[in-house]
Design a protein around this ligand. Structure first.
Ligand code: FEO
Ligand code: CA
Ligand code: CA
Ligand code: CA
Length: 511
């Protein structure tokens, strides 16, 4: 399906037959198009079993069906806002207990949900499946790999987006691990983290984070895959090569970092295979196999060392730097790989002409339609900016008709300010890729203050869209100066929550 870089005016959303589009809003509320409504399914702090609670800053969501009406919902908990979670502020001295509370609020939740007779979904509070993975859960490395002298890492955090495997497991991706635990470079230089957890948990080695973690939602068993590399993994999206092998796409969400592809040796495991990085200029996947590159052989002692320091290896072999690769989705009929490149600007130098404030959605079109192919073409799919009405695309999802759904992530410190003023709060957009409106973006949701909409997952019957509302009120300076009270309203602290969206408009948009 062809879908060029069509640029259309924001006002086109207001045409008579498309009156469902909302206008940007700066209200502290989750505002939806007419014909859609939502319920909060789970919010931060909700008890999910006798001893565990739903974590903070819910992000990626994924479903595993137990039957037509029962499913396990996986939810990432990416990071915490210390003011709300542990009470820590810059004016106070941090305690180990506070750090433990923060670690416990990150990771992921597995909860059972059931479909009611009226079609809505409810959380099953007494399900045997309800459990947490946290920043303190012991997780082994896959294929018995040893990283920094350990066969396991303690905990998972920075869990941003993810993926699902054909064999029924969930992939959760460790993104900004260095903000929590610091970094140890290939040259042996240590850098401190913003959260400072390493001071209280010195055994949390930086090399134990930044991986793709595979979780069995039925048992809670997890493993960290060194095979797919270590960097700020946004997501891990699987496809099938023509020869049946499983292929995983993932991006490194950091300015001027890269897009990767992992091709497994088998059809049913991510434990072993070959890692590639994209040379977008020449439309080639470059192998990160130590035995295929003299420059890698010269700079690294082992394949594992390359996997731990992917960024350095990718740069050495000439990969193409990107404008912060975020979510990746495969078009259900064309097989094209859609990648949100969210933005790339210097907040210290907002006048720099090289700044890319609005991002775009890039398409990688594998040669011969084969995800196993080592060459590809690219095309711009959607250009962010005032004309498209979309700024900073982040999470993507396709519906059953191949329409693209996109959430945006303008940063809290820049939202409602120049150059983002006109876009107001972050939103959810519906973009048909075929028909007369192909390429037009229609806003269908606006987030509460400071929040980002993320983790968009359709139910199997496409009657429900599950969505995370992440970091509402994150710019609050104190509990006396809250910027958001969503979802419980005035007098309450903001709470990241997963909502279910339903309504006749969902059907109409996919008809
Ligand atoms: Fe966690 Fe790149 O967003
Ligand atoms: Ca993201
Ligand atoms: Ca997605
Ligand atoms: Ca984000």
């Amino acid at each position: 399906m062809a879908f060029g870089p069509t640029i259309l005016a924001m006002s086109s959303c207001q045409s008579k037959n498309k009156s469902f589009a909302i206008i940007p809003s700066d209200k502290d509320d989750l505002i939806l198009s007419e014909g859609l409504h939502y319920d909060v399914l789970l919010k931060w702090g909700d008890k999910i079993n006798s001893h565990e609670a739903f974590g903070y800053n819910n992000d990626y969501t994924a479903l595993t069906y137990l039957s037509k009406d029962r499913a396990l919902l996986w939810v990432n908990h990416e990071y915490v806002h210390p003011l709300f979670v542990s009470g820590y502020t810059r004016e106070t001295k941090r305690t180990k207990e506070q750090v433990t509370t923060e670690l416990t609020a990150c990771g992921g939740s597995i909860v059972e949900i059931k479909k009611n007779l009226n079609g809505t979904w409810s959380f099953v509070s007494d399900s045997k499946y309800n459990r947490r993975l946290t920043g303190l859960t012991k997780i082994p490395f896959a294929a018995d790999k040893v990283v920094a002298n350990k066969k396991f890492g303690i905990g998972t955090f920075g869990n941003c987006a993810g993926g699902v495997t054909p064999w029924g497991t969930i992939l959760t991706c460790e993104e900004n691990y260095d903000s929590f635990i610091g970094e140890l470079s290939h040259e042996g230089e240590k850098s401190e983290s913003r959260y400072g957890w390493e001071k209280y948990y010195p055994d949390h080695h930086p090399h134990h984070y930044g991986w793709v973690v595979e979780v069995n939602p039925r048992t809670g068993e997890a493993k960290k895959h060194t095979s797919i590399g270590r960097y700020a993994h946004e997501c891990c999206t699987l496809a099938k090569a023509q020869d049946g092998r499983v292929v995983a796409y993932s991006g490194d969400d950091r300015k001027n970092e890269f897009i990767y592809k992992f091709v497994s040796n088998t059809k049913d495991s991510l434990d072993d295979g070959e890692l590639f990085v994209a040379d977008i200029t020449n439309g080639k996947w470059l192998s990160l196999d130590i035995n295929k590159s003299e420059v890698l052989k010269k700079n690294f002692k082992s394949q594992l060392e390359i996997q731990i320091h992917c960024r350095k290896a990718a740069r050495l072999i000439g990969a193409t730097p990107c404008d912060r690769p975020e979510d990746i989705e495969i078009h259900p009929s064309t097989g094209d790989v859609y990648i949100a490149l969210t933005n790339n600007y210097s907040s210290r130098d907002l006048k720099n002409p090289k700044n890319n404030f609005f991002g775009k959605i890039l398409k990688i079109i594998p040669d011969n339609g084969d995800h196993g192919s080592l060459s590809f073409k690219t095309a711009d799919s959607l250009i962010g900016g005032e004309e498209s009405g979309v700024a900073c695309p982040d999470n993507l999802a396709f519906d059953k008709k191949g329409n693209l759904w996109v959430t945006t992530d303008m940063s809290g410190s820049m939202m409602n300010k120049v150059p983002y003023k006109k876009f107001k709060n972050n939103g959810l957009f519906y973009i048909p890729l075929a028909g007369k409106d192909a390429g037009k973006a229609f806003q269908v949701a606006s987030a509460p203050k400071d929040a980002e909409l993320t983790g968009i997952t359709f139910s199997e019957d496409y009657k429900t869209l599950f969505m995370s509302v992440q970091h509402p009120g994150e710019k609050s300076r104190s509990l006396d100066a809250l910027t958001s009270h969503w979802p419980e309203g005035k007098g309450n602290v903001p709470k990241p929550s997963v909502v279910q969206i339903q309504g006749e408009l969902l059907d109409k948009l996919m008809s």
